[in-house]
Design a protein around this ligand. Sequence first.
Ligand SMILES: Cc1ncc(COP(=O)(O)O)c(C=O)c1O
Length: 363
Amino acid sequence: MSKMAQDFKAINLSQGFPDFEISSELQDLVTTYMRRGFNQYAPMPGVPDLLNSISRKITNTYGINVNPENEITVTAGATEALYASIAAMVRPGDEVLILEPAYDAYVPAIRLNGGIPVLVPMEVPDFTIDWQRVALQINKRTRLIIINTPHNPTGTILRHSDLSALSEITEKYGIYVLSDEVYEHIIFDDEAHQSVLKYPGLRERSIAVYSFGKTFHATGWKVGYSVASAPLTTEIKKVHQFLTFSVNTPVQYALAAFLDNEKNYQGLHKFFQEKRDYFLQQMEASRFEPVPSKGTYFQLFSYRNYGTTPDREMAEWLTREVGVAAIPISVFYQDKTDNHYLRFCFAKDNQTLQKGARLLCGI
Ligand SMILES: Cc1ncc(COP(=O)(O)O)c(C=O)c1O
């Protein structure tokens, strides 16, 4: 859709990346560390300064201790952390539960490792999870369940009751959890992010995955990390060693220094909540129906008031004829289930959001 937006000069509210600058302090820090000569290979799991900063951040945010020496792996974006985790956990014939709609990196990674994705739909129209339905899919081949909160593409979040249900299931059936938490700091309306790390029952059976790209508006840097118990981290590192070995050194040092100031990430929810509210307010005059966005920088809309055109066609038509690009939700389902929803990214400056909304209101 980004390519199509470019071709048709449409306002691009499709792909999930911010269109504003990253912190100048963070840019300066990278330059500083490059000039100081931190330009050679970093240690395989990450530079110690960054591992320590991540550990302190997790204590500040979730009140738990994570050992920087053997429970964290710095990776080339959350994407590598997800892949390394799946490759470490999944053997040929293992089943992996995925809740759909799902971010597109999970299924191919499972298949490449010989695993079998078992797809469980979230409940439409509010995209909640029926945990009984999930439990019914578990058998002795089930190895792992992948969750994602706040959730891309729907903007929904998991609550305490969800994590309690998940905890019960994992204990009962002895399965593991891969928790994609890249939007941990982008959560709205005074809700608290429910990390698997906060739940003692889940902590030992889970890998949590994070992305500096999302937290610091720098998706192009591709730096993320995984957090898991020492035995699981040992396995993740065995894969990471031969995928990338290590990650960009000066950027790691810069992130370590930047992360030590809580203000650099604690205000993120407020910043994006204002964007969400602004976009929704600009869209009020349209007949698009919003699904409440509780986190991420995505807003889902149903376009059923405009008809039942397949969502891919609708997205292409909007880009071509209206001048706004969005993502059809059917692409997040393996069987291309189409409930007539589109995803719009509101990590854009207000002028762009206003222009996009104005065009959409004119339909
Ligand atoms: C849910 C989710 N997980 C993982 C990623 C990938 O993160 P990274 O860019 O750090 O690889 C994204 C990026 O859009 C995402 O939305």
